[in-house]
Design a binder for this molecule. Structure first.
Ligand code: GAR
Length: 190
């Protein structure tokens, strides 16, 4: 029987560049992959990641408006499309606990720090300012508490003396591009 039938259906939420979306998509094309990107959702019509998803002919939706309106609309779409797992890839809204509990599917997020350190924004500068020797990225389950759900996987990146927030963000982003698809694939396999 063809493996495609068993691939999990993934929805990816984005707000910006979408480089993590691209890495998730690239991995999904591998024969060994256990998932396929079924739907891309952006809360910003100017998100660059939408250009990629449209080019690849992935179903893509933009939902403007406040969080309540966004969640109401997308909830029904995710149910209708029978999505198995929701991935947040540079998605900048904080989802409500009501949405998370009602959705009843795993929601995972990629965050650019070694959680539980440096939740929230501006992670790279804060790590440098604190003279950390390492930073990195984390894939975790999403709960109503910001960047606090169960940690699934992490990748460490060394902070060099010459690093600034920009150079560190680039190095960590490269690690994100490996960690996120590999972690998602493992979850989908189980
Ligand atoms: C990534 O570094 C991701 O970890 C971060 O935003 C960037 C999105 O890049 N996410 C967060 O900060 C979420 N709190 P991308 O749009 O190129 O994937």
């Amino acid at each position: 029987m063809e493996k495609l039938n068993f691939k999990k259906k993934i929805c990816v939420f984005i707000s910006g560049k979408g480089s993590n979306l691209q890495s998730l998509y690239k991995y999904s094309l591998l024969k060994k992959s256990n998932y396929k990107i079924h739907l891309v959702v952006s809360d910003k019509h100017e998100a660059k990641g939408l250009i990629f998803s449209k080019n690849k002919k992935i179903k893509s939706i933009v939902i403007n408006g406040n969080k309540e309106a966004f969640e109401k609309k997308i909830f029904h779409i995710i149910k209708k499309e029978k999505i198995d797992i929701l991935c947040l890839a540079g998605f900048m809204k904080i989802l409500s606990s009501n949405f998370i509990t009602k959705l009843k599917i795993p929601i995972i997020n990629i965050h650019p720090s070694l959680l539980p350190k440096y939740k929230g924004l501006n992670t790279h500068q804060r790590a440098i300012d604190n003279n950390e020797k390492f930073s990195g990225c984390t894939v975790h389950y999403v709960t109503e508490k910001l960047d606090s759900g169960k940690i699934i996987s992490q990748k460490k990146v060394k902070i060099l003396k010459k690093d600034n927030a920009l150079s560190l963000s680039k190095k960590i982003l490269r690690s994100e591009h490996k960690l996120f698809p590999e972690t998602l694939d493992k979850i989908c396999k189980n």
